[in-house]
Design a protein around this ligand. Structure first.
Ligand code: ATP
Length: 409
């Protein structure tokens, strides 16, 4: 074992043969006293080390308990209302219940008013969470004036018309609905394969009505802590109310609104709670307000019917992959700013893009431009489009998701 450098030196006994008997005796006595002193010091050190060991053992036990608690129990999210001498007042998300509680000793000094915390079943604060604004920013995209316009969307004219009727008219002409005495659709659900322009449609309608576009990804609503998802849903609607007129767009809504599974895991229960919050926000909504709600899914077949009831997502719009003329239109849109050679015939080329989505066509156009650039040409030729087509076909970069070919609309 290596010796600690701070341990006292071992006393030495130097006896000179020339010493008298009395001198030897006194030297031995002094040596003995030094040995006793070192012994006492070592004793002190030992008991200090033992105390420290006990202390560390206590900390290890505490960490083990905390680890177990974190592993085994569901945690709920709450906000710290007040830190008092008697404990911490928290308000639980979801039910708004106020509770006086304690924080784990390791968090005692860190907790401040307004912090977001995770609490266990007995309300004890277990973890300090990231700043709420961080998690909101992660989950929501807010765009005061999205750039997309209706003319940027190709091949789905009928869907554009339907969206305008269901979302734009109630925003720009609410009196008409009142006069005629019909309620505009509460929510508009766009469904269809990936990359067909669903997000573009929502952005375009927000742009054309001068509304703020607020997007929330359904997958982001599936949060780790109980109460977080429903809180985000509430935040979403509050934010929209602050920013009226606004278009709320919930992408991948299937993440929170899938058919009920039989499993009873706490994760599923949390997803259910988030969906319930979404439904209750929609139910309490004034149809003729300045906020319109849209959602999108690639998995219509998975949706829980509860979200499709009247007053909820009651206008369904299918957004399919484009037909040949639509593909031609999308090619023209995505090559608007390109220097395209005369030998390119988009009507003819579009014929071969069977099963291509708008997103596939957008990347095909970019890829064709890249071939021209690599060749140091400023004009994009039919050969470039053919090469881009070959590349996409061979790498299978198209947005066909495995298992997503059999949509059951
Ligand atoms: N109909 C279209 N017209 C023009 N461009 C399109 C069209 N559809 C898709 N695109 C192109 O593909 C990109 C992605 O489209 P968008 O995000 O709207 O698809 P989406 O249907 O919302 O897809 P996902 O289901 O994967 O979210 C767009 O930014 C655009 O460049």
């Amino acid at each position: 074992m290596s010796r600690s450098p701070s341990l006292p030196d071992r006393p030495r006994l130097d006896l000179d043969p020339e010493m008298s008997e009395a001198e030897r005796l006194s030297a031995i006595r002094q040596h003995f006293e030094r040995l006793v002193a070192v012994n006492d010091e070592l004793d002190d050190r030992l008991s200090e080390a033992l105390d420290r060991r006990e202390e560390l053992k206590g900390e290890v036990d505490q960490l083990k308990d905390r680890n177990e608690a974190l592993k085994t129990s569901s945690l709920y999210v709450a906000t710290v209302e007040e830190v008092t001498d008697d404990g911490v007042v928290i308000k639980q998300h979801g039910n708004n219940q106020e509770v006086l509680t304690d924080a784990s000793p390791h968090l005692d000094t860190e907790i401040e008013n307004g912090d977001r915390v995770a609490i266990n079943d007995s309300f004890a604060i277990q973890t300090l969470l990231d700043d709420e604004t961080d998690s909101r920013a992660q989950a929501m995209e807010v765009d005061a004036s999205p750039e997309v316009r209706y003319e940027d969307i190709g091949g789905i004219d009928e869907q554009v018309r339907e969206v305008r009727e269901a979302v734009e008219d109630p925003l720009t002409n609410p009196e008409m609905f009142a006069e005629v005495g019909v309620d505009p659709p509460s929510g508009v659900l766009l469904y269809g394969p990936p990359g067909t322009g669903k997000t573009m449609l929502a952005k375009a309608v927000a742009n054309e009505t001068d509304a703020t576009f607020i997007k929330m990804a359904g997958s982001e609503l599936v949060r780790k802590f109980i109460g977080e998802g429903s809180r985000l849903v509430r935040d979403l609607f509050e934010l929209a109310a602050d920013r009226e007129p606004a278009v709320i767009f919930i992408d991948e809504i299937d993440a929170v609104a899938s058919k009920r599974t039989d499993s009873k895991t706490s994760g599923d229960a949390e997803v259910q709670r988030t969906m319930m919050q979404l439904l209750s926000e929609m139910d309490g909504f004034d149809d003729r307000g300045e906020i319109r709600i849209m959602a999108a899914t690639n998995r219509f077949d998975m949706l829980d019917e509860a979200i499709l009831r009247p007053g909820r997502f009651d206008r369904l719009i299918e957004v399919p992959k484009p037909a040949p003329e639509g593909r031609q239109k999308i090619l023209e849109i995505h090559t608007r700013d390109m220097n395209v050679a005369d030998d390119v015939d988009f009507a003819d080329f579009a014929e071969q893009l069977d099963d291509y989505s708008g997103a596939d066509i957008a990347s095909l156009a970019t890829e064709a431009g890249m071939f021209a650039i690599r060749d140091e040409r400023t004009e994009v030729t039919r050969a470039d489009f053919d090469a881009a087509f070959e590349k996409l076909e061979s790498t299978d970069e198209k947005t066909v998701l495995p298992g997503h070919t059999d949509y059951q609309y």
